[in-house]
Design a protein around this ligand. Structure first.
Ligand code: 5GP
Length: 203
């Protein structure tokens, strides 16, 4: 067996349009895989019910966020619906120093920035089985209807289009199957990058 510290550490970026079940998928995978930790982002968005500072996000003011940008503390960042979201370099450094691979729940512009800044970034796009299923799931969730729902679906299609370049696609038809697929991607990438074990074995 080789500990993660003996191979290159990996950054797994998981992106999806909203309504694809990405958050549930990430939670399930994180709770069942060793040496994989969630990158907690900083955001200027106010906390939602049930969210806690330092678990879901680090909730900071717009001024604090700008300061972090000015000081070059952010590895990547984005703006969505007027709120800023970003990953601090220090968050990644700390998880790496503990020997973990890191899982990011971030959008496509963020994925692009990470890919430019770090080696070993693996990108995974979570998709609904069909646009019709996505529509049904969004209706069931009940957060939007009518024109807002149509706008959300249109935006989803644009987001998917922008993520064509991702390394992997995980279709979320049922949660257990999708979790299996995402775990398989992580396991396979770990095996691929475990090249140092060749030298160790032959030494
Ligand atoms: P929400 O406000 O629903 O928690 O997140 C909205 C979107 O922001 C999600 O698609 C999520 O992937 C993205 N996001 C969350 N944190 C970050 C981050 O640190 N960087 C980037 N680029 N996107 C993020």
């Amino acid at each position: 067996m080789h500990t993660p510290a003996q191979r290159e550490q990996l950054l797994f970026v998981i992106s999806a349009p909203s309504g694809c079940g990405k958050t549930t998928l990430c939670r399930e995978v994180l709770s069942s895989m060793p040496d994989l930790e969630f990158s907690i982002s900083h955001t200027t968005r106010p906390p939602r019910a049930g969210e806690t500072d330092g678990t879901n996000y680090f909730f900071i003011s717009a001024e604090q966020f700008q300061e972090k940008l000015d000081c070059g503390e952010m590895a990547e960042w984005t703006e969505i619906y007027g709120n800023r979201y970003g990953t601090a370099r220090r968050t990644i450094d700390e998880l790496f120093s503990r020997g973990c691979d890191v899982l990011f729940d971030i959008d496509e512009p963020g994925a692009r920035q990470l890919k430019g800044a770090y080696p070993n970034v693996v990108t995974v796009l979570v998709l609904p089985p069909s646009m019709e299923t996505l529509r049904r799931r969004l209706i069931e969730r009940g957060t939007e209807a009518g024109a807002a729902l149509e706008r959300r679906l249109q935006r989803a299609a644009q987001e998917i289009e922008a993520m064509r370049w991702y390394d992997f696609v995980v279709v979320n038809d049922t949660i257990p199957e999708a979790v299996d697929r995402l775990r398989s991607v992580i396991i396979a990438e770990r095996c691929r990058r475990n090249r140092r074990s060749i030298e160790d074995l032959l030494a």
